[in-house]
Design a protein around this ligand. Structure first.
Ligand SMILES: Nc1nc2c(c(=O)[nH]1)N[C@H]1C(S)=C(S)[C@@H](COP(=O)(O)OP(=O)(O)OC[C@H]3O[C@@H](n4cnc5c(=O)[nH]c(N)nc54)[C@H](O)[C@@H]3O)O[C@H]1N2
Ligand SMILES: Nc1nc2c(c(=O)[nH]1)N[C@H]1C(S)=C(S)[C@@H](COP(=O)(O)OP(=O)(O)OC[C@H]3O[C@@H](n4cnc5c(=O)[nH]c(N)nc54)[C@H](O)[C@@H]3O)O[C@H]1N2
Ligand code: SF4
Ligand SMILES: [Mo]
Length: 901
């Protein structure tokens, strides 16, 4: 019997409702929930493949404990695991004080998990050392909202995206990162072509496909751009004096500041044409309603707070806030980044949008919890925390639902810190992450589809996340793990007193927590799990007694500041910390791909999600490749001041000369090295402490690695990956991926200065089943060419090429086709590895995941003259989730330009 459970997607901050199809044991399928107001039934390529992720072989299933550094972890039971954790934490607190321990948590936890962690750290342990990965994500937006508007509250609704006359999308690639919202925007633009859309991004992303104007600003120059726009708005009289006078403070100071940001200067600083700048200002100044959407291109910056406030200035100056289709609308990254902010899960915050350093707020929270006081020492923010860990100041570190050994900048330091920390606990759903390698205690966590609680999406909408199936193995929900630890620590820290953590379920946590929102800007004391079930997901504020949520904030022009007025913030433009210079002539930008999620712990288990982009590449403008005499696919060593990485280059016209782009997803697992963040810098914004992950100065050099290895193997891919990965540690380049649809396989590519020795190859062959049975073997030791192929029932099941690997893509096609034919046998006997006919077959990219349509099929269709509708009708691409539509449009546009020229 299949059943359906309504829940939410566990990926991005759009917060789509999903219907989970299951049989009480396993999740069988997902579809979009037509009742959920965020997505009205739509899902993107990630949401719609959720049921394919989470291979049990990759999951953490049992607690594992390491009894001493250098020893292997071994399985233990929960009682021993938690007893040990409480003992070590208790001892550290007793010997070195509460600030010798720290908690590093995540925007992917549920509100109830967050609340439990926060109460544990502040009320029981007595430390503010609790920070989350939101420090890398939303903390600049938090500062921007708080200081400009008085509270950390995005004032808009998704409907505003549909109704707005003019949208400014700045530093957001929503076509990839918030796809369902982008679908809503595409539909609205199609219905109203007069809707104006400006995209501000150094790269020409797929989001630009919908733009009337793309401002390819120089990296990090957004503050200059926003001041420059305001300069023109003032000059043209396109500001709302009445609104400014009635509802704001500080305009005169800003006015005198932006006087210097003349079109000529701004055009030079930002690297854009004066006429484009004027056009942007005209679109904004003349629009009946004006909405801005932004994300990491603004937040992840050493002037992230300034960028946020400079953008909000534009809304205040034009009075474009608090009315339909208007307002500054920060897109939140993680599914519950908002919940983290609400529950105060950054070192400097307290629950209910309170501040850790505010004595009144401290008193309120302490009184609510019935404890004497809140901790007084400032807590460590993420970057500072890992520096403190490295310096030996943190004796016990608890990490939950985040993978700092992949996602923090300056990975060399992070790995050193984790290796040296006396006690590291990792509470994780997947045992495969880079951080798990450092866990002295690994605690298996329940994950999507298995746990209950609430999340708040970008539009302040609180949804009930419901479990469909039991967690695998002995995994437990996060809130329960935290309360277990807390109850054990209470015996040491508050002996004899009633427990602060006697929660039987997430609903009880929610009910206690919501009291801390009462009377605050986000007041949702009127909500409960049961009420959300009855009314559907609701937008806060939802005070006690309310009948429905709040669509839009500040409709009366009153702001949550002491005098009710919003604040203009006047700050000068500051360039990014690292500049291009002779030694490091390129500026590296990093960000998201369409089908991968962060460190790939979940998406990396679904072969289909590698179809769009299979391996880590560094993208440069074709002119940069030409001037460096590099060819597409060539291996290069990329270096920054902090570290280096070897990977292939690719030509990409979306990237401007002088810049480079790398996806953020590859850490140490799918690519040898410490991952992309070995290159990025820890410099941060002085107010938000958010690091500048979008700009690092780098150089690159080709590397000569003549010996190559290629492996494709089906079956037990997780187990084989786990066994092969450490064997590849000593090569200069090694990359791993999954491939396939009905059948999936592990792909391995290696390159090195010299050949691997025979003993190593024998080990690998044994692992791949290439040492015995129906295996074709060709070895030419003199020329170091080796080929082994396992053929079962007429199908290839494993391949290993050594020496050179020119036939690899051809062989993959043979594998995909499922038939090992005569060509294969002929190729096998030839002394070279080149494919039959000698022509290099290139691998194709799957643009449309839902309908399995490749880029070459689409290009062929375009060459035959098909437009988007024609392609949809003939090939089916873009007819399901729609995530590939922007890219298909770009290919059509490229063809059009080509024909014109
Ligand atoms: N597919 C997918 N979707 C995701 C995620 C994922 O991992 N995968 N993660 C989620 C999370 S946590 C987040 S935070 C969001 C992030 O969502 P986005 O912020 O939209 O994604 P990014 O690709 O990190 O960065 C956005 C853009 O900022 C641009 N940029 C770089 N520097 C600058 C600059 O100086 N100025 C401007 N204006 N732009 C700049 C980059 O070129 C990039 O196109 O995505 C969420 N959604
Ligand atoms: N260079 C560069 N670096 C970046 C960024 C960038 O743009 N460029 N973006 C930054 C941003 S915006 C973000 S948000 C971070 C994200 O960085 P991370 O937080 O490290 O990203 P994830 O890989 O999503 O880590 C979440 C972990 O939680 C685990 N997990 C999943 N569900 C559960 C659960 O229910 N319970 C528990 N306990 N664990 C679970 C997952 O397996 C995963 O390992 O990366 C940051 N790093
Ligand atoms: S847009 Fe995609 S990733 Fe984001 S919540 Fe919706 S389905 Fe999930
Ligand atoms: Mo994020």
């Amino acid at each position: 019997m299949t059943k359906t459970t309504a829940s939410t997607c566990c990926y991005c901050g759009v917060g789509c409702g999903v219907l989970i199809e299951h049989d009480n044991e396993r999740i069988l399928g997902v579809s979009g929930d037509p009742q959920h107001p965020a997505n009205l039934g739509r899902l993107c390529s990630k949401g719609s493949t959720l049921h394919q992720t989470g291979d049990l072989a990759a999951r953490a299933l049992f607690p594992e404990l390491r009894l001493g550094k250098g020893l292997a972890r071994s399985r233990t039971d929960w009682e021993t695991a938690m007893g040990h954790a409480a003992q070590v934490f208790g001892q550290a607190i007793a010997e070195h004080g509460p600030d010798s321990v720290a908690f590093y948590i995540s925007g992917q936890l549920l509100t109830e998990d967050y609340y439990a962690f926060n109460k544990l750290a502040r009320a029981l342990v007595g430390t503010n050392n609790i920070d989350s990965n939101s420090r890398l994500c939303m903390s600049s937006a938090v500062v921007g909202y708080k200081r400009s508007l008085g509270a950390d509250a995005p004032p808009c609704s998704y409907e505003d995206i549909e109704t707005s006359d003019c949208l400014l999308i700045a530093g957001s690639n929503m076509a990839f990162a918030h796809p369902v919202l982008f679908r809503r925007l595409e539909a609205a633009k199609a219905a109203n072509p007069d809707k104006r859309i400006i995209v501000v991004d150094p790269r020409r992303t797929d989001t630009c496909e919908i733009a009337d104007l793309h401002l390819a600003v120089q990296p990090g120059t957004d503050v200059a751009l926003f001041h420059g726009i305001l300069h023109i708005l003032l000059w043209e009289g396109w500001v709302d004096r009445r609104f400014i006078d009635a509802h704001t403070e500080g305009f005169d100071q800003l006015k005198s500041l932006v006087r210097d940001y003349t079109p000529a200067l701004v055009s030079e600083l930002c690297g854009i044409r004066v006429q484009d700048l004027m056009e942007a200002a005209r679109m904004i100044g003349s629009a009946p309603s004006f909405l801005s959407l932004w994300c990491m291109g603004l937040n992840q910056s050493s002037s992230g707070s300034a960028k946020n406030s400079a953008l909000i200035n534009l809304h205040l100056a034009t009075g474009q806030i608090g009315k339909p289709g208007s307002g500054p609308f920060s897109l939140t990254g993680q599914p519950n980044a908002m919940g983290g902010r609400e529950t105060g899960s950054l070192a400097n915050l307290l629950p209910g949008h309170r501040d850790a350093a505010n004595a009144e707020h401290q008193g309120e929270v302490a009184a609510y919890w019935g404890v004497e006081r809140m901790p007084l020492n400032p807590g460590l923010s993420a970057i500072e925390l890992f520096e403190a860990v490295r310096a030996g100041k943190i004796k016990a570190l608890w990490i939950a639902c985040t993978n700092p050994a992949q996602s923090l900048p300056n990975q060399a330091l992070v790995h050193e810190a984790l290796a040296g920390c006396p006690f590291v606990v990792v509470q994780e759903a997947f045992a495969t992450t880079e951080t798990c390698a450092y866990a002295d205690l690994l605690l298996p966590a329940a994950s999507w589809g298995e746990k209950e609680g609430t999340v708040t999406n970008s539009e302040r909408r609180v949804s009930h996340v419901r479990p469909a199936v039991p967690a695998p193995g002995e995994a437990r929900p996060d809130w329960a793990i935290v309360c277990d630890l807390a109850q054990r620590l209470e015996k040491q820290l508050r002996p004899g007193q009633p427990s602060l953590f006697a929660f039987a379920n997430p609903a009880e946590l929610f009910d206690e927590y919501k009291g801390l929102t009462a009377g605050r800007d986000l007041d949702y004391s009127g909500l409960s799990h049961a009420l959300i079930d009855e009314l559907g997901p609701q937008q806060w504020p939802f005070p006690s007694g309310a009948e429905r949520g709040t669509e839009r904030l500040y409709t009366d022009g009153r702001f949550p500041t002491p005098d009710g007025r919003a604040r203009f913030i006047a700050e000068q433009f500051q360039p990014p910390k690292e500049k291009r210079e002779a030694r490091f002539p390129l500026l590296l930008n990093t960000g998201r791909l369409r089908d991968q999620w962060h460190g790939m712990s979940r998406t990396g288990t679904a072969a289909q999600l590698f179809g769009h982009v299979e391996q880590a590449l560094i993208s440069l403008h074709p002119d940069e490749l030409r001037s460096r005499k590099l060819s597409e696919g060539q291996l290069v060593r990329v270096k920054s001041r902090r570290g280096s990485l070897v990977l292939p280059v690719q030509a990409d016209e979306q990237v401007r000369p002088g810049q480079a782009f790398m996806p953020m997803h590859w850490g140490n697992r799918f690519l040898k090295g410490l991952g992309i963040n070995v290159l990025t810098q820890p410099e941060f914004d002085p107010l938000s402490k958010q690091p500048e992950l979008k700009q690092a100065a780098i150089n690159l050099q080709p590397v000569e690695l003549p010996w190559e290895l290629f492996i494709l193997v089906e079956d037990q891919v997780q187990q084989r990956f786990a066994a092969l990965r450490p064997l590849c540690e000593d090569f200069e380049y090694a990359s791993f991926a999954l491939t396939g649809r009905e059948r999936s396989a592990l792909l391995v590519r290696v390159a090195h200065t010299e050949a691997a020795d025979a003993a190593w190859l024998a080990k690998v062959d044994a692992l791949l089943g290439l040492d015995d049975g129906p295996v074709l073997v060709y070895d030419d030791p003199r020329r170091a060419v080796g080929k082994r192929v396992r053929i079962e029932d007429g199908r290839i099941t494993a391949i290993r090429l050594t020496g050179e690997t020119a036939a690899r893509d051809w062989l993959r096609n043979v594998w995909t086709s499922g038939e090992a034919d005569a060509d294969l046998r002929r190729w096998f006997l030839a002394p070279l590895s080149s494919p039959p006919g000698g022509a290099a077959v290139s691998s194709d990219k799957t643009l449309c995941n839902c309908m399995n349509v490749s880029q070459s099929q689409i290009e062929a269709g375009i060459a035959r003259g098909l437009d988007l509708d024609g392609l949809k009708a003939e090939l089916g691409c873009g007819t399901q989730c729609g995530s590939c539509v922007p890219e298909v449009k770009r290919l059509i546009g490229r063809r059009a330009n080509f024909v014109e020229a």
